[in-house]
Design a protein around this ligand. Structure first.
Ligand code: FPP
Length: 238
């Protein structure tokens, strides 16, 4: 295999279609999608990936029918609870990115606890984007960067790229090298707009609940081949 990306970002898409194909309610697709998340985390670490970031709930997803939003929140709640228990076993460091203040108080509490108990783990660094939107994150980042400048007695003219990066939800995490989107859609959907500036994109028709280690290995192979052929050129633009 060629070069393995250090950080992979994934837009998990196609849960609804997966369920529809089987005559099941959409929420069953999300449930199966949630199981796929666990498998893919394990596979990512096995394959040598250090950072994995997934798009679990966007700022736009609130517009979905209430019962679907409720079902997604229930799955997230279960995910946090189980992960708190399994944190020392799986050795993952979990971080949630996005504006969690809009989530229910108990879910926020579970998120904070999971981040706390997993903070010193040394395995996969797993980021879950929750109530996340790239534009929303950028606005929050610029606001706090400008505030920081003012506190340091500097003017806005002195704002740098480093100031924006240092105030993003992903601060301290290297930018993704590879973005994967499942289910045949080829859009960014407001995901990691700043961080994906130099990433390689990989699209597959596979629906998210069917995505597993084999598919991930294929995406990595694609990345490795691109790096071998275009690595020098890509790096020149950085
Ligand atoms: C897109 O499929 C998927 C989502 C909007 C939600 C992703 C959430 C999960 C996989 C489960 C919860 C996550 C965790 C971490 C436990 P879609 O519904 O848009 O599919 P469609 O385009 O086929 O309708």
């Amino acid at each position: 295999m060629g070069k393995v990306p250090q950080h992979v970002a994934i837009i998990m898409d196609g849960n609804g279609r997966w369920a529809k194909k089987r005559g099941l309610p959409r929420n069953m697709g999300h449930k199966q999608g949630s199981a796929a998340v666990r498998k893919v985390c394990e596979a990512a670490w096995d394959l040598g990936i250090k950072y994995l970031t997934i798009y679990a709930f966007s700022t736009e997803n609130w517009a979905r029918p209430k019962d679907e939003v409720d079902a997604l929140m229930k799955l997230l709640r279960e995910y946090m609870k189980t992960s708190i228990k399994e944190s020392s076993e799986n050795n993952m460091r979990v971080r949630v990115i996005g504006d969690i203040s809009a989530l229910s108080e108990d879910l926020q509490e579970s998120i904070r606890e999971l981040m706390r108990v997993s903070a010193d783990n040394t395995g996969l660094c797993f980021q879950i984007a929750l109530n996340y939107g790239g534009r929303d994150e950028l606005i929050r980042s610029v606001k706090s960067a400008v505030k920081g400048l003012a506190e340091a007695g500097k003017t806005v003219e002195e704002l740098t790229e480093a100031d924006i990066s240092a105030n993003l939800d992903t601060k301290g995490i290297p930018d993704p090298d590879l973005l994967i989107r499942t289910s045949g859609e080829q859009r960014l959907s407001n995901f990691l707009l700043w961080q994906l500036a130099y990433a390689e994109f990989y699209f597959t028709d596979t629906l998210w609940p069917d995505f597993g280690k084999k598919e991930l290995a294929k995406a990595i192979e694609h990345y490795g081949n691109r790096e071998r052929r275009f690595g020098g050129l890509v790096n020149e633009t950085k």
